[in-house]
Design a protein around this ligand. Sequence first.
Ligand SMILES: [Zn+2]
Length: 322
Amino acid sequence: MHLTTRQLFLSHVVLLAGSSASALAAPASKTVSLSYIARLYSMRTSVSGKKVVMKNKWNNIEVETNSRRAWVNGVMVWLHHPCRKAGGGWAIRELDFKKGIDPILRSYAYVPTKKPNMVVLDPGHGGKDPGAVGTRKVYEKKAVLSIANRVKAHLEAKKIPVRMTRTTDVYLTLNQRSDYAAKVGADLFVSIHADSAEASSANGVETFTMTAAGCDSSNYYGQSGDKSTKRGNQYDAANAVLGFSIQSNLVKMSKRSDRGLRRARFAVLKNAPCPAALVECGFLSNPEEEALMIDPNYREAVARGISNGILGYITLVNRARK
Ligand SMILES: [Zn+2]
């Protein structure tokens, strides 16, 4: 080993050991017990069917045992790893606590201190790429542009500067979208999509944020491929705050079923230069939701959900700054 490389290597190890010796020994497998979490938040614990329920006056957390599903204040949050039995009780990975549950409940300790001045909205697809197309020929690229325009209007009404990656029916590569966000100095990036699935019964709304390094995404259990740290991972905790704020408001306003805050390594999330989320506003492969996607009332409701979610995040940042 070259001397300078070796010196660098050694200082790196010392730094790591200084920050968290135990994390170095077992980075992804460290767990926290649900009883520890309940104590930390002064919550009472009970069991309801397969769920451990923890509650205090303000918040409640439900964790499904042997599952990746949890709920915070009634909104579904997918964990990177299932809740498992450990040492006589139930436990989740420390990573899911520090990059999911805790940022959602104690946002002030995790959000960036810079006031968000610029929101970039990214209507998915466009031009030669129609995105999903329903049986009644509703095009994802058109529906999401209409929703994004409505989100923009709601944010601008609150004096929040907004830019869009596209305002017309043009094709953009995925890299062009995140490059644009970086170029205009985005403080938040929200990509807007509609879903499609083989089963026409699939329905509901969901919000994705970047998967933590080394973990599997919520949509591909046990996936192979590159799980290394990406640019978007520096905002892991803030992503969870933003994603949860959007998903809770989206479920409330759209009145569709809650598919949860999920994790995926979508290109626009991987390369995001700021906290980022990708929203799926309903399934074009589901006849009922396809009809909703061309209904101006539904588009408006979804746009309200997304903009209220973004405004909720901005309020949390402003509160943390005080
Ligand atoms: Zn899409």
